[in-house]
Design a protein around this ligand. Structure first.
Ligand code: GTP
Ligand code: MG
Length: 197
């Protein structure tokens, strides 16, 4: 499914402008700058369709992309240290929370965690919400290329241990690097199962 052409089809700043859910959806959530947009590019090998930036807070709307009529990939704005006004940040956070807990057709949330920083309070908040709404989610460790393999493995184990009693989590933690390509094929095959055939 990831060989299909990636097509941007909607952006939403508020829930009333979410497109109607017609395809199975996978959303990418996580702190600002964790590598959500880069991962979408790496998964689809279609660089440039999803914008990436060094500056945290680039993605400021919920962006919807289609892979033919099979799958919808959703790039969420990051939470955390965006260069934005307080009220704008709050609005994004509320929007992301609403999306992950109420969106019909949402089959999976990939919660991205930076290998170097690990999980933070905001990540746990989002997990709490997804547990309550029974939204299936999985943890994806990003930027593994800038850490030692032993530290990547340790981080994955620590997260697995922290979340072992959770119900809606899909194991195991997947470790990826959009830069080196490590783990991308694994994640692709996990997510491809969600697509419509
Ligand atoms: P927001 O849209 O602000 O929430 O950020 P994002 O999570 O979409 O992050 P984005 O993909 O824009 O990447 C942020 C920065 O991290 C960019 O400078 C990327 O080049 C870098 N980056 C992303 N993935 C990787 C990776 O696997 N390895 C390394 N070393 N850098 C990465
Ligand atoms: Mg982004």
């Amino acid at each position: 499914v990831f060989r299909n052409k990636l097509e941007f089809f909607a952006a939403a700043k508020m829930s009333s402008s979410f497109p109607s859910p017609t395809l199975p959806e996978i959303a990418f959530a996580g702190r600002s700058n964790v590598g959500k947009s880069s991962l979408l590019n790496a998964l689809t090998r279609q660089w440039g369709v999803v914008r990436v930036s060094d500056k945290p807070g680039l993605t400021q709307t919920i962006n919807f992309f289609k892979l033919a009529s099979k799958l919808c990939l959703v790039d969420l704005p990051g939470y955390g240290f965006a260069y934005a006004k307080e009220e704008v940040k709050e609005n994004w956070e509320e929007l992301v929370k609403e999306f992950v807990s109420t969106r019909v057709g949402l089959q999976r949330v990939c919660l991205l965690v930076d290998t170097k920083w690990g999980m933070k309070a905001r990540d746990f908040e989002l997990i709490e919400l997804m547990e309550r709404s029974k939204t299936p989610y999985q943890i994806v460790l990003t930027k593994t290329d800038i850490a030692f393999p032993i530290d990547v493995a340790r981080r994955a184990m620590q997260i697995q241990e922290n979340l072992k009693n959770n119900k809606s989590i899909i194991d195991p933690v997947v470790m990826v690097s959009s830069k080196s390509g490590a783990g991308i094929r694994t994640l692709r095959s996990v997510l491809a199962k969600i697509a419509r055939f």
